[in-house]
Design a protein around this ligand. Sequence first.
Ligand SMILES: Nc1ncnc2c1ncn2[C@@H]1O[C@H](COP(=O)(O)OP(=O)(O)OP(=O)(O)O)[C@@H](O)[C@H]1O
Length: 239
Amino acid sequence: MIEIKNLSKAYKKRKVLHHIDATISNPGIYAVLGPNGSGKTTLMKICMGLVLPDEGDVYIYRESVRASIQYRRMVSYLPQIARFPDNLKVKELLQLTEHLRGKAQRKEMLMELLDLDPYMDQLFRNLSGGTQQKVNLVTCLMYDVPLYLLDEPTAALDPVTQIRLKEFIQHERERGKMVVLTTHVPHLVQAIADEIFFLLYGDIYFHGSVEQLIGAYQANDVEEAIARLLMYEQEKVKI
Ligand SMILES: Nc1ncnc2c1ncn2[C@@H]1O[C@H](COP(=O)(O)OP(=O)(O)OP(=O)(O)O)[C@@H](O)[C@H]1O
């Protein structure tokens, strides 16, 4: 369960999140959307205690992220950009992660799913962007926790891997997990999201189901709905 209460964050004078409230109570897949710079990553980082809010708080399983770190045992976070010591081999990176975080429950299964076995003895820094993202995904998803916070999980992945990851995430939902993800891929949202939070102007501009978003903008799909939402806003600014 995630409760966001009166959350505000600015970087110097740049207001990014402005008195945001939201609650996620049930298992499911929740998409946090919004244009570049709308605050999606900032929100994720606040949830993990990596960025401090100016006002308000987030409660994860009723623990304040400002006051506690216990809740992090129940959460796995995928950062948008993987920053690993790049002088390590993939297998050493996974070992290091397990050394710090404890034995992972499904490392082998994920390595197979993402075709990572051939890269185990290669240095992380020598991997392609997509393969680095696969390593990033394994270090996050190999822990069987109730809540996943995934910042652009499909970035740089080839289509086959995107489909495998999508199916994995759907399977996690069926197992009762809560998955909160950011993405710029409308068809992924359309295929798997139970609810959408659309960030704009520091606020949650839209919250509802895929069908509600499409209906609200009389669109044919999520991509068109988002385009219309943003064009409508641009027109308002011109007026
Ligand atoms: N550490 C920081 N210092 C100063 N400004 C920052 C910092 N981190 C983020 N910002 C700014 O805050 C705003 C929101 O950034 P954030 O990364 O949260 O957006 P986002 O919605 O995740 O964007 P994208 O879709 O491009 O990943 C941007 O204007 C960004 O430049």
